[in-house]
Design a protein around this ligand. Structure first.
Ligand SMILES: Cc1cc2nc3c(=O)[nH]c(=O)nc-3n(C[C@H](O)[C@H](O)[C@H](O)COP(=O)(O)OP(=O)(O)OC[C@H]3O[C@@H](n4cnc5c(N)ncnc54)[C@H](O)[C@@H]3O)c2cc1C
Length: 297
């Protein structure tokens, strides 16, 4: 850690990087640095860091794989932490239940479920993200949402204390949940026993459908808006004549207009301006407000 780091974070020097560019840690690959980027190695280390940030009134955020986050070019104040170390990525199945560290990938969760003969999560295959990011936004596809399988979540509060939030306290709705705690640590899900051949068949079908619509040929393409009730954001953008619309190095994807593609030469500002352009045109044409699905930091 450099001398610019506040002395009060000095004890975390081994896990903190000052002024770390966040673009490479997100799907869009643009945006400025985190004041401090942290990769805690243990739950105790994470707990102490969260507590210290709270004492210092320093913003603290968790970044998953940045599938749903656009970082502004100015970067973000405070600490941004990633839960990539072993204690945060463990996934274990027992009976119909799976306990998954919130730093583990959705792919790892689906793979563990499939290996254990547990079905239900297959429609989420191919979605980039961690379990934590998926819980926060109640990620889903068609009629399947991760929230429907969640039985409890271990969370960490601002003081670094861990609590378990049981199913009856949890609320999941379309691309949203009440899991707004500073850190989501471990989720327990309950799935349905299923024949392995059937799970593999479902995975293949879901993967083919996703490949057909998503712009996988691009390195940096992110999903932007929620679908307004009963409508499709992509269809509204398409019907507003915005397919291919461009601001700087960011453009509206041709396959699915709810994805923006961001060229390597681009900036977060281009993406923000393209969002504003699309929102304005859709509002003018259909009198419908498009709400962001992703977060802008
Ligand atoms: C090609 C593509 C396809 C996609 N398909 C889908 C889809 O089918 N369905 C869908 O719903 N979404 C989809 N998304 C959006 C995105 O992949 C998901 O929302 C995913 O769950 C985001 O997870 P993440 O780990 O990247 O979260 P991030 O984007 O890193 O973070 C999202 C939010 O969650 C918070 N967060 C993350 N982890 C934690 C944690 N452990 N504790 C506390 N807070 C946390 C972050 O602070 C942030 O506010 C897609 C995106 C892309 C680029």
């Amino acid at each position: 850690m450099t001398e610019t780091a506040p002395g009060k974070l000095q004890e975390f020097a081994e896990i903190l990087k000052p002024k770390e560019p966040l673009g490479p840690y997100t799907i869009f690959k643009v945006g400025g640095p985190a004041e401090f980027f942290a990769q805690p190695r243990t739950i105790q280390e994470l707990s102490a860091l969260v507590k210290r940030c709270h004492e210092l009134s320093m913003p603290f955020r968790i970044l998953g794989v940045g599938g749903n986050v656009l970082v502004r070019d100015e970067g973000v104040k405070g600490v941004v932490a990633r839960l990539g170390a072993a204690p945060f990525v463990d996934v274990k199945a027992q009976g119909k239940r799976i306990r998954a560290g919130c730093g583990s990938s959705i792919a790892a969760l689906i793979a563990a479920a499939a290996r254990s003969g547990l079905g239900g999560l297959e429609p989420l295959v191919g979605m980039p993200g961690t379990v934590g990011g998926a819980l926060r936004h109640n990620a889903g596809e068609r009629s399947t949402e991760i929230g429907q399988f969640v039985r409890s979540v271990d969370v960490m509060d601002l003081h670094g204390n861990i609590q378990t939030r049981e199913q009856d306290e949890l609320r999941f709705s379309y691309r949203s949940s009440n899991l707004d705690d500073p850190v989501l640590l471990v989720a327990e899900l309950e799935l349905e026993p299923e024949r392995s051949e059937l799970i593999v068949k479902h995975l293949q079908k879901a993967w083919i459908e996703r490949k057909a619509s998503h712009p996988f040929s691009y390195q940096a393409a992110g999903r932007i808006f929620k679908n307004p009730p009963g409508l499709s954001a992509a269809a509204l953008i398409e019907e507003a004549g915005l397919v291919g619309a461009k601001v700087g190095g960011a453009h509206v994807n041709e396959r699915d207009a709810n994805f923006f593609v961001v060229e390597p030469s681009s900036s977060a500002r281009d993406v923000v301006r393209l969002i504003e352009l699309v929102k304005t045109r859709v509002q003018e044409k259909f009198k419908t407000d498009l709400e962001l699905e992703m977060s802008i930091w």
